[in-house]
Design a protein around this ligand. Structure first.
Ligand code: ADE
Length: 415
């Protein structure tokens, strides 16, 4: 079986979405032209486990243009767009995914994609890597390497490396400058608010927003909340980041203190149980809860269900939980990534840089797979610089260059 998707007749609608983003991804377009000539992935199989929306689809097409047989699988069943997946299948990419897949279907899809015996993988959150290392170990000798998209996935990879369990080289795309400075900060900053606003259709100005986590994603979410006119409270566990949030002009306090003050809560920590029953109990009636971390573990949904007398859909993607004291709390997108489960993910121009890093990391692996060890590698600086330069070029921007004298000055220690 080459694919398992919802409905192939949705392909024309999906293709329009892909065409739109492709027109706004000049860096990937430039790589596509390069790959079409050089065919870096000729006769290789690539399995991609990412959020299956239009920008990801375009990455799959660029890798396919480089000569690979490409298979896609979802990194989250709620972010899959069935029309986009249909367009991919129509275009010769294998796909195993549909929107709203159950846990069992989701895991079956991962296995079906892995049946293609990939040479290279692209992962987002670590589910593909962990499936290979637990239940599909026969593939370990086949996989030459891969690249990981998120902070969460890299944490898991580093834990595997530390325990000597990682079976092939993985490139930490998230840690490249052209990833986290733009995608995590400006991408998450915009797409999270896009998801919240289109889902709730409520005003942000004047509201109190509580952002849990002040990593690069949390910084973007808080910055944009401020720009939209909200009062912003940041909750952090890291004392340095808490100081940074304070000096960026935000209030800083523990979640228990922020809980009765917030109108909108956004978790972006990468950890579990950030908002629990202790917090739900003291929240204001009508508080809105959502998550922008990779897994739906940050808001404790079990606690919320246990406290609730009734639960109903208030609007698409909004669940109303009525607690026993009559108070109503609203959970967006089932506590999954609000920007992808209730939106289309980051803007195309931002994903252009991220996915260019992915494509170039894969090309780097294809050129050097035999030399690399089974550890986590950073994205090489040349790749970061290439993406930054291509992006500047696409914007029509030029920058100064060091003169030979300036270069020598920077390298000298006597002068
Ligand atoms: N679109 C595809 N992958 C994404 C990601 N990891 N974050 C936001 N938007 C995306």
């Amino acid at each position: 079986m080459n694919s398992s998707i919802r409905d192939i007749s949705l392909a024309p609608k999906g293709q329009k979405k892909i065409d739109w983003v492709a027109a706004h991804m000049p860096v990937l377009n430039s790589l596509r032209r390069e790959f079409e000539k050089e065919l870096p992935f000729s006769s290789k199989k690539v399995v991609i486990c990412l959020h299956l929306e239009a920008k990801t689809a375009y990455l799959a097409k660029v890798i396919q243009a480089g000569g690979a047989e490409v298979t896609v699988v979802a990194s989250n069943p709620l972010s899959t767009q069935d029309d986009v997946v249909a367009a991919l299948v129509e275009g010769g990419v294998n796909a195993f995914a549909w929107h709203g897949a159950t846990d069992e279907e989701y895991h079956r899809h991962l296995h079906q994609a892995l049946d293609f015996q990939p040479d290279y993988i692209i992962d987002d959150g670590g589910d593909l890597v962990s499936t290979i290392h637990t239940s599909r170990q026969e593939l370990l000798s086949n996989v030459l390497g891969g690249a990981e998209e998120t902070t969460t996935g890299i944490l898991r990879l580093k834990a595997m490396e530390r325990d000597g369990k990682l079976g092939f080289p993985m490139i930490a795309v998230n840690d490249a400058l052209c990833k986290y400075l733009f995608d995590n900060r400006y991408g998450t900053g915009q797409s999270v608010w896009d998801g919240i606003m289109r889902t709730t259709n409520l005003v942000v100005a004047g509201k109190t927003v509580v952002a849990a986590g002040y990593g690069w994603c949390g910084k973007g979410v808080s910055l944009r909340a401020k720009g939209l006119g909200a009062r912003v409270i940041v909750c952090e566990i890291d004392p340095v980041k808490a100081n940074e949030a304070w000096m960026d002009g935000f209030e800083v306090m523990p979640m228990l203190q922020a809980a009765p003050l917030g109108d909108v809560f956004i978790t972006v920590t990468g950890n579990k149980d950030v908002i629990t029953q202790d917090h739900f109990k003291v929240m204001k009636p009508g508080a809105i809860l959502c998550n922008a971390g990779h897994f739906d573990v940050e808001i404790n949904k079990k606690h919320l269900s246990e406290l609730a007398e009734t639960k109903r859909e208030a609007r698409p993607n909004i669940e109303e939980y009525q607690l026993r004291d009559g108070k109503k709390l609203y959970l967006l997108a089932e506590g999954r990534l609000v920007n992808l489960a209730a939106g289309d993910g980051h803007p195309a121009e931002v994903m252009d840089m991220t996915f260019a890093l992915q494509a170039l990391s894969l090309q780097y692996l294809a050129l050097r797979a035999q030399e690399l060890k089974p550890v986590v590698y950073p994205v090489p600086k040349e790749i970061d610089d290439k993406v930054a330069l291509l992006r500047l070029e696409s914007l029509g921007l030029q920058i100064d260059q060091l003169t030979p004298e300036q270069k020598a000055y920077l390298e000298a220690w006597r002068e």
